[in-house]
Design a protein around this ligand. Structure first.
Ligand SMILES: C[S@@+](CC[C@H](N)C(=O)[O-])C[C@H]1O[C@@H](n2cnc3c(N)ncnc32)[C@H](O)[C@@H]1O
Length: 350
């Protein structure tokens, strides 16, 4: 079920019953910097916390005791100094609402926002705060997100284990260390019974770090409307998988172009969005009815222009071959030659 409601989330959330939502995941408007349309006021950093905190109280009310609230947010610099409203938000939340801060994660982006300052590093991170109602009851499916151990983790395991080293005549004898995967624990059976050998068992899968490398939205193929600050669907998809089950209710109070809904699959999605244009677009986006418009030019191999197309389906219809995905991939991946022609994506419109 997809339910996009157009309006002010501070009002719309009041219509939701207590304890009815499994996951709230959202990215609120940035303080001061981003314009989301003429009817949407931009909050200044010094009024931001007073503005947002009442919504946190409502989020607590609608969350089930097993639920979570994932907040992706970032700050900015103003007058030469970094703003502190995010710290204020987290601190005042703990004093003024019953929501509990469960953990803090970091999203490291491949492309940061340039700041033009010679005395400031580029900002490549955003915060992801994880709140909950009750940590004991909160659902958290670690088994779904376990990862292959990184090389650095395996290297660490090769270093000697101090406790197992013997001290003989005041000299610490270092034992050799090998590591074996749990699934391939055949060392003993294979006859390696060197008493100086310490075996370490490496699990096949390990818990992820609290640092995420989600893509940015400008790298998203489905970001076809000019929204100033969408996230990539990787971010909501990860947390929806980690924290909810099939049939659960996921709410994004600042739904934008509905990216959270893209990660919902067999979950139910409720999105609130004040800008009618974004809300209408997200309805189409989530029902898969988007006519992507491009300027796609076709050239011969000598780079002579042949003709222009507006959609990939047009190419398919005119040329009569099943090229939809093939041409699209070919253009997006920069491998622009196919069927004896070059295809160039010159512009993407909505
Ligand atoms: C950072 S964007 C969210 C983008 C979203 N995560 C996505 O990927 O599409 C914040 C959104 O909140 C909307 N917004 C601002 N104030 C709002 C309000 N009071 N109620 C509902 N939506 C609001 C803005 O129009 C904007 O689309």
């Amino acid at each position: 079920m997809i339910d996009i409601r157009t309006g002010d989330c501070f009002e719309l959330i009041k219509d939701l019953p207590d304890n009815s939502v499994d996951l709230v995941i959202t990215s609120p408007p940035y303080a001061d910097i981003v314009n989301y349309g003429k009817n949407i006021s931009i909050k200044k950093s010094d009024e931001y916390v007073d503005w947002l905190l009442p919504l946190f109280n409502e989020i607590h009310r609608v969350l089930k005791p097993t639920g979570s609230f994932i907040l992706n947010i970032n700050d900015n610099c103003e007058g030469g100094y970094r703003n502190t409203f995010i710290y204020e938000l987290i601190y005042r939340n703990s004093k003024e609402t019953p929501l509990k801060l469960y953990d803090t994660y970091y999203w490291v982006k491949k492309a940061g926002i340039p700041n033009g300052s010679k005395k400031r590093f580029r900002n490549m991170t955003e915060y992801i705060f994880h709140f909950c109602k009750d940590a004991k009851q909160m659902r958290f499916y670690m088994d779904r997100v376990l990862e292959e151990p990184a090389e650095s983790y395996l290297d660490r395991l090769k270093s000697p284990i101090n406790n197992d080293n013997e001290i003989i005549d005041g000299v610490r004898e270092r034992k050799k260390v090998v590591w074996v995967r749990r699934t391939s624990m055949k060392v003993d059976e294979d006859g390696v019974k060197d008493p100086d050998l310490v075996q370490r068992i490496v699990p096949d899968k390990v818990r992820p770090d609290n640092v995420f490398y989600f893509k940015s939205a400008n790298a998203a193929r489905d970001n076809t409307i000019r929204h100033p600050a969408p996230y990539h669907k990787e971010l909501p998809t990860y947390f929806i998988n980690l924290l909810t089950d099939e049939g659960d209710v996921v709410l994004d109070v600042f739904s934008g172009i509905g990216t959270t809904g893209l990660g919902c699959n067999d979950r139910n999605y409720i999105g609130f969005e004040l800008n009618e244009k974004y809300a209408e677009f997200s309805k189409k986006r989530l029902s898969g009815n988007i006519d992507k418009e491009y300027v796609i030019n076709q050239y011969d191999l000598e780079d002579n222009f042949i003709r222009s197309w507006k959609t990939i389906t047009e190419i398919e219809n005119t040329l009569g071959f099943d090229s939809h995905n093939h041409i699209e991939d070919c253009i997006r991946k920069g491998n622009k030659t196919s069927y004896g022609f070059q295809w160039k994506l010159e512009e993407q419109r909505i």
